[in-house]
Design a binder for this molecule. Structure first.
Ligand code: GCB
Length: 583
């Protein structure tokens, strides 16, 4: 049962709501739509740049037939943290943004009547949070006052606040399937090996059985009914592998029993596929692939970072229209609905943890622990999506160019993060995009399976000079590959452009300049045998904190914020139609 639409809303800049017991409800005439950010919806009451606490409340009617089962409340995401009360009782905390939280509320609710949900959401960040926060004083202390943004942020996207993904109430049986984790191994030409492990909630001893259905509903493989335990393995002969050209999904049905008694059943769409790095190549089902795509954001006018499915449909159509095959969820995990859509549409995804511009000088053991726990939840949430082919564990560490980063602290930090991720999932390559300022000695390269670089030659460095830009890009790529001997992926490159501004000669901010820079980069990247992809920054213009470098939006979109194509979109469509390099 979705609990979206309009919620009562009240900001709490003084943070006195808890002592005033607002969790038992509060007075307010203001309403806000969920999912959606408060920033643009409620700009007129002063919330465009608001950083702080805000309270949401809503009554939900729970039908009588919910009784006798476990009742859950799920918040798809509330950024960047939240606390939840039901009928005045505290039920839990959503520690991280961008990820869902499920709270069991069985003992706090009554069925057949209305129940009160109150959520306090904060978009404040600090040194230990993910993403890491920054204060105005930090800029002053570092002598970087010209870099200060308003609101202060370590990253170049709006720190939208609010409940951003759907809120739901649902039931499970007392003994239930808590989690299903699917792993696979393929044998060419057409055998699929699928492993399924279930985690069970409740105290009964259970066993799992699974069956796999094709699109027509035929059972193509099933587990042996005599087996016990919570792990099952299936072999699928003549398996139709999932790929970007044929995103075929099977339905996996998992059934839980205690003795002979049925307990729970769950179904999941899965794609059978395998991702590998071999030498300088990225392989999907043993075949070389090359990523042609974008860095994106969850960002749109008015709704902010809120999930808006019409936009998801439109964006995927536009990605296909430009002949792209992939995107990176810069700089945080996107809504599950978007990943499921990528599974269906055959779009390849790099899913990213929100460790953006991590400043190791301020990192404590708590921050490291938070980073690891975030990755664990992200992997648990997204590991069954065939579209997710690479994990990105952060973006552009050491953007401040701190020397201490190279003397061990950066290396120790990233070693632990990479090893931890590999211990959770060995089936996907892992990477962290590096920035120019951190340079080619960045410790992330030692641990990454793919060397990812974000480069802005021709924009922040060597502005307006495309020849020099391409020469510098070439030098970085060659040197990187020589030093580390791994495939190279250019995860970001681009230029701002103001739609409708044109010039016959090279001139920054024109549509032509953006187009020619993108074209030059693509020609260079695609000429290197060790490169495995290019992702243009950005798919669409997006809102970002105030700074003299930005005219309200970051304008590096190939599409405007409302999704009209700029010249570069037509150029990409043409360049990416050419598949010769990969046939
Ligand atoms: C970057 C960041 C991205 C920014 C981009 C830019 O390197 O990864 O978050 O938006 O540069 O446009 O400056």
């Amino acid at each position: 049962m979705e609990i979206n639409s309009l919620w009562k809303f009240r900001v709490d800049p003084e943070k006195h709501g808890e002592s005033l017991k607002w969790f038992t409800d509060f007075d307010s005439d203001i309403e806000i739509a969920v999912p959606g950010s408060w920033n643009e919806q409620l700009e007129e009451i002063g919330l465009l740049h608001y950083i702080g606490l805000a309270w949401y409340s809503r009554r939900m009617f729970l039908p009588a037939h919910f009784s006798g089962q476990r009742i859950w409340l799920r918040i798809g995401s509330a950024d960047f943290s939240s606390k939840v009360w039901v009928n005045g009782s505290f039920v839990g905390t959503g520690e991280f943004g961008f990820l869902p939280y499920d709270f069991e509320i069985t003992n706090f609710v009554k069925t057949g009547c209305e129940n009160l949900i109150v959520v306090a959401v904060s978009n404040e960040l600090n040194d230990d949070s993910l993403p890491q926060g920054i204060k105005s004083e930090d800029y002053t202390n570092d002598n970087r006052i010209r870099e200060e943004t308003n609101p202060p942020a370590r990253f170049d996207f709006c720190p939208f606040g609010g409940i951003h993904r759907p809120v739901m109430a649902y039931t499970t049986p007392r003994t239930y399937i808590k989690n299903l984790s699917v792993d696979m191994k393929i044998t060419l030409p057409s055998t699929g090996g699928i492993g399924v492990t279930a985690e069970v909630g409740g105290d009964e001893l259970c066993s799992l059985s699974v069956r796999l259905l094709d699109k027509e509903g035929n059972v193509v493989a099933e587990s042996d009914p005599g087996d016990s335990g919570l792990r099952r393995e299936l072999i699928v002969n003549d398996c139709r592998f999932w790929s970007q050209d044929d995103p075929y999904l099977y339905t996996l049905v998992a059934n839980l029993k205690s003795g002979t008694e049925f307990k729970d059943e769950h179904s999941l769409e899965i794609g059978v596929r395998e991702v590998k790095i071999e030498g300088d190549s990225l392989l999907l089902n043993g075949k070389k692939i090359f990523l042609r795509g974008y860095g994106k954001h969850e960002d749109f006018s008015v709704i902010g970072r809120g999930l808006f499915l019409p936009l998801t449909v439109k964006d995927f159509e536009l990605m296909k229209w430009t002949n792209s095959n992939s995107f990176r969820t810069s700089h945080y995990p996107y809504a599950e609905e978007i990943l499921s859509y990528a599974d269906k549409k055959g779009i390849l995804v790099i899913s990213e943890a929100p460790a953006v511009s991590l400043d190791l000088r301020y990192v404590s053991s708590k921050a490291l622990d938070n980073h690891k726990r975030f990755i664990q939840s992200m992997v648990e949430r997204d590991r069954n999506h065939p579209s997710v082919i690479i994990w990105s564990l952060g973006n552009e560490p050491n953007i401040v160019g701190d020397q201490g980063y190279y003397d061990g602290s950066g290396k120790d930090y990233w070693k632990e993060i990479f090893e931890f991720t590999k211990s959770l999932d060995k089936s996907r390559p892992v990477t962290v995009p590096n920035c120019t300022r951190a340079g080619l000695d960045d410790p992330v390269f030692q641990f990454s399976d793919i060397l990812s670089i974000n480069r802005y030659y021709g924009w922040y460095e060597y502005p307006g000079n495309l020849n020099l830009a391409i020469a510098k890009l070439t030098r970085d790529m060659e040197e990187l590959h020589k030093r580390y001997g791994k495939p190279v992926l250019v995860t970001e490159f681009g230029a701002d452009s103001l739609p409708g501004v044109h010039s016959t000669s090279l001139q920054m901010f024109t549509e032509e300049y953006q187009m020619r820079l993108i074209e030059g980069y693509i020609q260079c990247i695609e000429s290197k045998p060790y490169s495995v992809g290019e992702m243009v920054w950005n798919f669409a213009d997006f809102r970002t904190p105030q700074h003299f470098r930005r005219v309200v939006l970051n304008l590096k979109g190939v599409f405007t914020r409302s999704r009209e194509p700029k010249l570069s979109a037509f150029k990409l469509k043409e360049l990416w139609a050419d598949k010769r390099r990969f046939s």
